[in-house]
Design a protein around this ligand. Structure first.
Ligand code: T4K
Length: 391
């Protein structure tokens, strides 16, 4: 059920009045206040607020069915899920990954004492260019950690073949792909394991939260221990773990949001289709079509500008939108390999496609209850820049 209004198109003169509320890059999906209160009511009786409580266990089991995977383990956020998963899998040496991602992917690798080896991305999907992986494998390589970016799924079949041939583990950063499927199979079931983020800004949120999906039963023992200080039984830490447990209030938010997530994705789809209608014909703007065989979750709306053809570059568009209260974001600029945290250790020119896309991409606002007039307002600024002002 779209709440969107089929509004009249917004003109540049309307925009100049600046009489609009800000539009952020996204807005959290939430259940009704009453639904959430009902979900947390029993916590006032049980006083069991964290440490694998009832809500935690219920969400874990509902997610296993929803995602179509053998095992789910919940964490306090997606980042800790990934970091502890890497630890649990005992990776060593070098890990092949991409720099076109959020800080989390690369820092999870580095904080495990591993060396990220950056592979370039595919110019159409922005995910790892699987044809380049084999040339980066050395005797120190233990794994591939690709990222499903914006809801675009990596070339999972080719990555699987390469990993099998070279005896490498595969962990997907699937932070952006909750609820997606490839050829009818849940995206979390590819590779050895996948991490989903349930951050407030994601398609499905638990306020803060995340999970790991996997099929290897051996991980069922170590992952819960690692998120609980490394303690397996009582009192003694068997592993060097962390505190990364999901609390009951977050799990309760997840139980509520899970009831509505299919409907939320449908609403996102309608927003994306309307954006595509408005921006589709404009020269110099590359949209992000849904890939063949993919059931998309419409997580983000990235557009890539060709300055020479469009007449303005990404930064100029970002500025113009901001002047009208529209907060688009440069996900992902700069590349993680250029982060000051890594002291110039990595050469960004070795991933030229990633470097180029990152200098030209802009993520436009997208959330389930965005209206058509919100989209009109955003597109009017963009078309206004290149002279295609609506009448
Ligand atoms: N891997 C990848 C590929 C990722 O993209 C991420 C996270 C991770 C791993 C790690 O997963 P987590 O550990 O986060 O579970 C945001 C998110 O914090 C982050 O989760 C996300 N990726 C990243 C792409 O975006 P910021 O710094 O851009 O968020 P912020 O605070 O500027 O929020 C953006 C907009 O969202 C705000 O303008 C308004 C809206 N918003 C924000 C919050 C916090 C809401 O509507 N409600 C909220 O509660 O990082």
């Amino acid at each position: 059920m779209m709440q969107g209004i089929i509004g009249k198109r917004v003109t540049m003169s309307d925009l100049n009045k600046k009489a609009f509320d800000p539009i952020n890059v996204t807005r959290s999906s939430m259940p009704s206040f009453e639904e959430y209160c009902e979900e947390i009511r029993e916590l006032w009786q049980t006083r069991w607020l964290t440490n694998s409580g009832v809500k935690h266990r219920q969400l874990q089991s509902e997610l296993e069915s929803f995602l179509g995977v053998s095992h789910v383990e919940l964490f306090t956020n997606g980042h800790m899920a990934l970091e502890l998963l890497i630890q649990a899998m005992g990776l060593t040496g070098e890990v092949i990954t991409t720099p076109f991602t959020f800080a989390s992917t690369t820092t999870a690798i580095v904080r495990n004492g591993l060396t990220p080896v950056f592979c370039d991305i595919d110019p159409n999907t922005y995910t790892i260019d699987a044809s380049r992986i084999e040339s980066l494998i050395t005797e120190r390589t233990s794994a591939i950690i690709p990222v499903h970016v914006y809801g675009n799924i990596c070339d999972v079949e080719r990555i699987d073949r390469i990993a099998k041939k070279h005896g490498l583990a595969v962990i997907y950063d699937a932070a952006h792909t909750f609820g997606e499927a490839y050829k009818g199979r849940g995206v979390g079931s590819f590779g050895d394991a996948s991490m989903f983020s349930f951050h407030a800004t994601k398609v499905f949120n638990t306020i803060e939260g995340g999970c790991v999906c996997f099929s290897d039963d051996r991980l069922c023992e170590i992952l819960p221990a690692l998120r609980n200080f490394g303690i397996k039984a009582k009192d003694e830490a068997e592993y060097c773990g962390a505190n990364a447990k999901m609390n009951e209030f977050c799990a309760a938010m997840g139980l509520c949001n899970l009831r509505h997530v299919d409907e939320e994705i449908e609403k996102r789809k309608a927003v994306v289709e309307y954006y595509n209608e408005r921006l589709g014909g404009i020269k110099g703007i590359r949209l992000n079509p849904v890939q063949p065989d993919v059931k998309s979750n419409y997580a983000y709306y990235p557009v890539v500008f060709d300055e020479k053809v469009f007449g303005a570059g990404r930064d100029a568009v970002l500025e113009a939108l901001a002047e009208h209260g529209i907060m688009a974001r440069k996900y992902f600029y700069p590349l993680t390999s250029a982060f000051p945290a890594f002291n110039g250790k990595y050469d960004t020119s070795l991933t030229p496609v990633a470097l180029d896309v990152s200098s030209r991409v802009l993520t436009l606002p997208l959330y389930a209850d965005m209206t058509r007039s919100d989209v009109d307002r955003i597109c009017a600024v963009i078309t206004g820049i290149n002279g295609e002002v609506t009448a």
